[in-house]
Design a protein around this ligand. Sequence first.
Ligand code: IMP
Ligand code: MG
Length: 181
Amino acid sequence: MADKGRTHLKTLIRRSAIQKRVREVAQQITKDFKGERVHLVGVLKGACIFLSDLIREIDLEVSLDFIAVSSYGKDKQSSGQVRVLKDLDSSIEGLNVILVEDILDTGLTLSYLQRILLQRRPRVLKVAALLDKPSRRLIKDIRGDYIGFPIPNEFVVGYGLDYAERYRNLKDVCILSLPPE
Ligand code: IMP
Ligand code: MG
């Protein structure tokens, strides 16, 4: 898909590969929590597409909640400042919580979310992320329990991920290259 000006999109992960991998991740979660209930917490807004595909492939009793944190805004770099914009609707005490993220990048967002959610005493707190950019990690111990795809250090959009709120509706995960400012 060509865009205005010199902005370009290059497919990194096709829709069919995403679907296959999401199913595998859901099967792993189903196996790990056999006979139990899981409580999925989606991190708005980027995780919404991944979450909606994932939840339908999990064969367990599942409940759902959302949290929204401040994001990059129009910037491609993380400010390092994380803020809760919308908190959970209900308590997670004693629940098997799976935090569902679109992508793990520097790890700043996840480390903040883990800290505030662990204070609420879930039974377990696991992390599922569609994408992981391990080479960008600033917080060492941060890792996901269920990762869709490790990817190189590229800025990606599509399948829920945005650049300045655009491109979330792309079916594939694509590398976005912008012209130099
Ligand atoms: P972190 O705090 O640096 O790990 O960043 C996590 C958040 O930054 C993600 O939930 C995304 O919203 C955003 N982000 C990081 N990398 C990308 C990217 O390549 N494309 C789009 N959003 C990204
Ligand atoms: Mg974003």
